[in-house]
Structures are given as structure tokens and as C-alpha cells.
Design a protein around this ligand. Sequence first.
Ligand SMILES: [Mg+2]
Length: 104
Amino acid sequence: MEEINVKGRSLNDLAALCHSIAKEKGFWDEKRNIGEALMLIVTELAEGMEAYRKQDQENFKEELADTFIRLLDLCGGLNIDIEEEIHKKCLKNKNRPYKHGKIC
Ligand SMILES: [Mg+2]
């Protein structure tokens, strides 16, 4: 089995890695349906919910990893600089009012 080092790598690096693996396995041979790709990410979260309900901690962690892998693959495939997008959104969130101004 080929070894892959992921610890300590940046999100953009991981996006490139996840995307290269998905491409290598043929998941980008045809034009991707972006709606379907988004729903497959949701599916991984649903699998995580099922693992949580079954109190299967190992599977729960694996499904969270699947979620990130699919999301990062999509970022890589769409050439999205996810670090920059997270940076911009965190700045926006940081400057919002407490509970975003909602009373309840
Ligand atoms: Mg899964």
C-alpha cells in the first residue's frame, strides 16, 4: 500500500491531494455535476449521523473524514482557494454582532 502523509499539510495542499486521488480513480473523467457532488458531501454527513446513532466511534470519525475528503476534492476540482475563502468568511463572522444581532 502506497503511503500518504497528510499531517501538517495546508487545506489547499489537502484539496490538491484529495482531488488528485479522485481524478486518478476516475471520478473526474466526465464533467462533474456540482449539485450531485454537494449532495454526496451531505451523504457522508448522513453516514456520520448513522454511525453516531449506533455509537460506532471509529465509523463516525471515518465518515467525518469522508466529508472533508469529498469537500476538499470539490475545492480542488473547482480551483477554489479554500484557505482564502475561510479567511474572508472568518473576518466577516468576527466582525458580526453577538449572535449576529438576533435576540432569540
Ligand atoms: Mg462514507
